[in-house]
Design a protein around this ligand. Structure first.
Ligand code: ADP
Length: 948
């Protein structure tokens, strides 16, 4: 059923009910009004009847007064003249005055005169029964003012009665009796009164048996003067009123019966009124319903339809029509307002759902990454997974992952995904930037350059830091759609980076642990000692290869077993006792000799060290045993002890022999040293003679022979000199001089000696003494020169072409003296590196062919070394053995500072070169440098060139 039908039906029903109600209410109100009016009228009628009765009584009383206050009556009472009554109370008097009874009483209350009259019959009748008894109760009326008036309750019918004292006309007394007049309240009187009142009423004695039923029913309700109303039937209403008799007793009632004209009128009025109300209500209802439909229902239904449409299509952006300014229009406006709120809430909801979906996506990506990371085995792989997972996130398109190489410390782009070639190049440039800056911050140029590549936003996340806090792995991701990476996405990236960082740490830790384990394992396996490990119950948990070899038991056989599984009980008990002691004492136990029977090696002696490991709570974890097989050592020691004893004896013998040999050697050296003069003198003689013979006239052949003899003699003399020098040194007979000398002069002398030979071979001879080297020193100039000549002589000898250079520099100096460093270099055949040491030994030459080709004895360097040692220095050779590259001999020597001053060394007068330009020209670079150095002290600018 539609709303319209429902509303119209409901309102219709309500209107009908309302109209019905209205009708009934109005009907009831109108009728009630009329009923009340009817009752009021009836009450008034009852009162009118009472008044009429009272008026009747008053009339009777007035008449009674007229007769009682009349002098005739007064006189009569004294005279009792019958004429009075005969004249005054004739029948006509009764008829005219509507009297029924006249009574005259004397003052004693005795009836003087009494007459009763039936007015209907117009005849005198006897006095009614009981009249006199009742009247007697009212007498006497002695007072002028006193009187009696009321209704006398006679058995037949009530009588209106008035009694007055008989007085003079001036109402003066004394009273001569009482006049009583009565008027019967009979049907005639009642009818007359009813006619006069236009009413229908009756007077009843309450105690009457033939009282009408309705009157009988209200007897109990009659109180005082209140009238009681009863509707007798549809057409008749009755009013009852109580009437008191002359004695004040409520013995009578008046019953006024009225037709219900007012009620009938009211009924008709109410009916007309109801019909009118009905008509008006129907009219109003029709108009109201039409208006309701027109102005309310239709609009509400239209509003409902619009809302239905909006709801069905979720078209919260639409608005309902707002027409007019009434409540429905306000409702529509409110609905529109509500729709606005719903639209916003809907949008917010959609945004929330999208947000939740994104968060779920993020969480899933994180979970997936965690799963992936749990499967990877390498750091690189973990970083790649991190990048892949990051690029799964919505809005992120491309990126790269960087790693700092642990070995080199260089930051490197490990992987790039989804990047254009240009962006990849930019990322690779970051390697350099980050290597220089050591930060993970993105340089400004990157963001600018990336924007040109269509990248809207870019973010860098540190994945891992090393123990110094330096970032060692970065993640960079970029978006081509998001202008800014939203905060939740950033947080996810941070979380992913941290997750990866943790995974990397774990991988590294695992790798480190694995390496340590491998190292430990290898170490264990390779150790030449047996290593085993037991748990607190004595079960083996580790057993290395040496153990296997020593005890003949494989690891598989041993692990998880105890000593009792392999050794006799006594021995196993012994092992166990020691183990428990180690656990208890918390100290390393050394068992120096532990005999063990090996199934493969027989009886072995072990030296075992046992120690224990405890956990943090001090609970024993493991016992580590290290057993060294000292069987061989023990045997060797025994052998050694025997050998030692033998050696002792041999040493004693050797010492004796050495002493003998030393004595012999010294004797030989001393002999040679002593023979020096004797050997050299004949040689000088021979050479002198040859010299002299060469100056004589000789044939070319003789000259050739003599020249050859001279050469041989010189060679022999040199050899002799060397042998003698060596002998002297070995015999400890050589002593160095300590004299002041000019170092530069010594070097020049060397040059003088060598120069001819060098020139002969076409060799360039270069000499340089560093200016820092002091010229005047104290030492043995001859021996120094000998060393230099030896070295330079060798250089000339072993060099075919090139140059020989002698250089003296200052190595060290202090207050007492200087240490000079002399270097003699050549460009000769060089010396093989393995010979660089042995050539300094006596009679040793670098090559066996050397003697034949170059001659020599192999003594020069040995002597030089001895002399250098005596001068507190050392000598060594440097060469790579490459011909043409030559060799360099260096030696150091300590010289004392000169005691005096060398005359030539007095302050040097500078040549007047100041301000001049000096051009040094030489094809040899070393020479140019030497001259340049010398001139440098005189002139500031010394350009040099190889040639002009
Ligand atoms: P020798 O009289 O044989 O030269 P030395 O003691 O002076 O005896 O030298 C020993 C050896 O050292 C030489 O035989 C030679 O093999 C090698 N030697 C010494 N100086 C040089 C050098 N300047 N160039 C190459 N070899 C050299």
């Amino acid at each position: 059923m539609s709303l319209r039908v429902k509303v119209l039906a409901a309102i219709g029903a309500m209107l009908i009910a309302l109209v019905g109600l209205l009708f009934h209410v109005s009907f009831a109100i109108v009728l009630r009004g009329f009923s009340q009016l009817e009752a009021q009228y009836t009450i008034r009628d009852v009162a009118r009847v009472r008044e009429a009765l009272a008026d009747e009584l008053a009339n009777l009383d007035s008449m009674t007064s007229d007769y009682a206050f009349w002098d005739d009556t007064y006189a009569y009472m004294l005279s009792r003249n019958p004429a009075y009554v005969t004249v005054n109370f004739v029948d006509q008097t009764f008829l005219n005055n509507r009297l029924n009874v006249v009574l005259l009483f004397d003052t004693a209350g005795q009836l003087v005169y009494g007459k009763a009259f039936d007015r209907d019959q117009a005849v005198e009748i006897p006095l009614p029964d009981g009249l006199l008894e009742q009247v007697a109760r009212l007498l006497p009326l002695t007072d002028v003012e006193s009187y009696q008036r009321g209704m006398l309750p006679l058995p037949e019918e009530p009588m209106l009665l008035a009694a007055r004292p008989i007085l003079t006309s001036e109402a003066l007394g004394p009273p001569h009796g009482t006049l009583v007049m009565g008027r019967a309240l009979d049907a005639t009187l009642v009818n007359r009164l009813a006619e006069a009142l236009h009413l229908s009423f009756t007077v009843h004695r309450v105690a009457d048996a033939d009282l009408p039923a309705d009157a009988k029913a209200v007897v109990g309700d009659l109180q005082g003067d209140e009238a009681v109303i009863r509707v007798l039937n549809q057409d008749t209403i009755v009013g009852y009123g109580q009437v008191r008799d002359i004695f004040g007793q409520p013995g009578y009632m008046v019953r006024v019966e009225q037709p219900r004209d007012i009620y009938a009128q009211g009924l008709a009025t109410a009916r007309y009124f109801g019909a009118a109300v009905l008509l008006i209500a129907v009219g109003f209802s029709v108009f109201g319903l039409w208006g309701l439909d027109r102005w309310v229902l239709r609009r509400v239904l239209r509003l409902g339809a619009s809302l239905e449409h909006i709801a069905a299509n979720s078209a919260f952006a639409q608005r309902v029509e707002v027409a007019g300014k009434d409540e429905i229009a306000r409702l529509a406006a409110a609905v529109n307002h509500l729709l606005g709120a719903v639209e916003m809430a809907h949008a917010q909801l959609r945004e929330d759902i999208a947000q939740r979906e994104r968060v779920e996506q993020y969480l899933k990506a994180q979970r997936d990454l965690a799963l992936e990371l749990s499967r990877v085995h390498e750091v690189k792989e973990a970083l790649q997974r991190c990048l892949e997972a990051a690029l799964q996130l919505p809005g992120l398109d491309c990126g790269g992952v960087f790693q700092v190489e642990p070995e080199t410390g260089d930051c490197r782009l490990l992987e790039c995904k989804g990047c254009s070639a240009a962006f990849e190049t930019m990322l690779s440039h970051l390697e350099k930037t980050w290597n220089e800056s050591h930060t993970a911050a993105l340089p400004a140029w990157l963001e600018e350059a990336a924007r040109a590549e269509g990248i809207c936003s870019i973010i860098s996340e540190p994945i891992r830091q090393n123990e110094n806090g330096a970032i060692v792995a970065h993640l960079i991701v970029a978006s081509r759609t998001l202008d800014e990476i939203p905060e939740p996405l950033r947080r996810v990236l941070t979380a992913m980076a941290a997750q990866t960082g943790n995974a990397v740490s774990q991988l590294e830790a695992r790798e480190e642990a694995r390496r340590h384990r491998d190292v430990l394992q290898t170490l264990m396996e390779e150790l030449p000692v047996a290593v085993f490990c037991k748990d607190p119950d004595g079960r083996f948990v580790m057993w290395n290869r040496k153990c296997e070899a020593l005890f003949g038991l494989t690891r598989e056989q041993v692990l998880g077993k105890t000593d009792y599984d392999f050794f006799p009980k006594e021995q196993a008990d012994w092992f166990r006792e020691k183990d428990l002691k180690v656990f208890a004492q918390r100290a390393v136990m050394v068992i120096p000799e532990e005999p063990v029977d090996s199934p493969t090696l027989g009886r072995r002696i072990l030296c075992t060290r046992k120690s224990a490991i405890w956990d943090k709570e001090g609970k024993p974890l493991y016992l580590i045993g290290v057993s060294e097989d000292i069987t061989e050592r023990k045997e060797a020691e025994e052998r050694l002890a025997a050998a030692h004893a033998e050696l002792q004896a041999a040493v004693v013998r050797a010492n004796q022999m050495a002493m003998v040999a030393e004595a012999a050697s010294r004797a030989k050296s001393e002999f040679l040293a002593n023979m020096s003069h004797e050997i050299r003198t004949p040689m000088n003689g021979i050479m002198g003679m040859i010299e002299l013979a060469l100056q004589t006239e000789l044939t070319p052949l003789q000259r050739e022979y003599l020249t050859m003899a001279q050469a041989s003699a010189e060679t022999l003399l040199a050899l002799l000199n060397d042998i003698l020098d060596l002998s002297k040194i070995e015999a400890g007979r050589l002593e160095l001089d300590q004299v002041d000398f000019d170092l530069r002069q010594v070097v020049e002398q060397v040059i003088d000696i060598i120069a001819p030979r060098a020139a002969q071979r076409g060799l360039e001879l270069i000499c340089r003494v560093d200016p820092a080297v002091p010229s005047y020193v104290c030492g043995d100039p001859l021996r120094l020169r000998q060393i230099l000549v030896n070295l330079a002589g060798n250089s000339v000898k072993f060099t075919e072409r090139g140059e020989i250079s002698i250089e003296v520099t200052l190595a060290n100096q202090d207050a007492e003296g200087v240490e000079i460093l002399c270097a003699v270099s050549d460009t000769g055949i060089g010396i093989p590196p393995e010979k660089l040491e042995v050539i300094f030994e006596s009679f040793v030459q670098a090559e066996t062919g050397t003697t034949r080709h170059y001659g020599g004895t192999g003594l020069g360097l040995a002597i030089s070394r001895q002399l250098v040692h005596m001068m507190g220095g050392r000598i060594w050779a440097e060469s790579r053995g490459i011909p043409g590259e030559g060799s360099t001999f260096r030696f150091t020597a300590r010289l004392q500072r000169a005691k005096g001053v060398l005359p030539e060394q007095l302050p040097f007068a500078k040549p007047p070169l100041e301000g001049l330009r000096v051009l040094v020209v030489d094809d040899n670079a070393t020479n140019r440098r030497i001259v340049q150095e010398m001139l440098h002290t005189f002139a500031q600018l010394v350009p040099a060139c190889p040639s002009i």
